[in-house]
Write a protein that binds this ligand. Sequence first.
Ligand code: ADP
Ligand code: GN1
Ligand code: MG
Length: 374
Amino acid sequence: MDIKDVVKQFGFEGELKSVNEFGSGHINKTYIALYDCNGNEKRYVVQEINTAVFKDPEGLMENVFAVTEYLKEIIAENGGNPERETLSFIRTRDGKMYYETEEGRCFRAYVFVENSVSYDSADTPELFGKSGAAFGKFQNMLAEFPAETLNETIPNFHNTAWRFENEFLQSIFAASNELLSECEDDIEFVTARRDDMSVLSDLLEDGKLPLRVTHNDTKLNNVMFDEDTNECVCVIDLDTVMPGLALYDFGDSIRFGASTAAEDEQNLDNVSLDLDYFKAYVRGYLSEAGETLTQEEKHYLAFSAKLMTLECGMRFLTDYLNGNIYFKTKYDKHNLIRARNQFKLVEDIEGKLDEMNRIVRSIDLEFKAKHLFQ
Ligand code: ADP
Ligand code: GN1
Ligand code: MG
């Protein structure tokens, strides 16, 4: 079905001018639909949900509608602009949360956040720090949301040990000898870090870390910034909002945004963890979430950056061994390049963990001291 016919299924105002593909996500397909509305340009975002990854689109849309409605109330109570500071989903003409074509393809639509941009990398630590504050605030706003009412759209999403046992090892068993010999060192790299994988899930199971409503995909390009002021406008890409650990969100942000290189940079000499970016993110994040987080959570912030990077690298490697069936790729070895990039970052983080822990402790103490004297 043509994308123009899909777009017409939603209750958009005006006359359709164009539909163009947009964004750099690895899973869904995003389009911007441009409308002429009495001489004014109006844009809408239409996305095709990747149903191979999100097998329950109904459950996914229930989550995003529930979370965005909840956020809108909090934003309005605090004097903010609910239409701009969270996503606004638009139903189909017949009132459904998403449109399903006869072939079973699923599309949903939301209001385009005008005058905003997303970044694949931050030019300055300050900008990255603002995304930390945005995700910290997002976490706080959802602190009282009844997590048990959310559908677990992808079970075990950040359960690294589960992914190792059930996905990574399976991909090794099924891979050809040729692939296995090409990836021998990479497989060894992951396996050598097996003990790290269950650290957070064990703490959760033992009740030492609280279950929270989390975003689970906290890449920098999932925050929209105001084009004029460069202040954060809203957090987007809510498909993976589920019960989880605050540490998943913190760690994944660092993995993506505090690296000195893009996720698929091939020259590994360019890949390392920038401590200034890390520091700025910790400051932004704790400025919003510092009072909500437990000491145990803060204790594992730096470690979570290592674990989320290892997990993501392992997922890229798994997909490479499986024949590239999950993440969008642009060339044959794209997933292998991404995996090696993440492993280089893991190694670098390992060498910097003590310093990262010192940074977290000192910023936390600084905020605590400020509160004492307020
Ligand atoms: P993906 O799952 O593919 O990452 P996203 O929901 O993050 O999809 O959307 C991809 C990109 O589209 C974002 O990085 C952002 O630049 C843009 N985008 C998404 N939603 C909006 C919106 N409501 N307003 C403006 N731009 C948006
Ligand atoms: C995917 O869709 P996107 O690009 O925001 C993936 C994340 C990975 C990320 C790696 C549902 O996110 O988990 O961390 O790629 N999303 C899903 O860049 O698997
Ligand atoms: Mg995204």
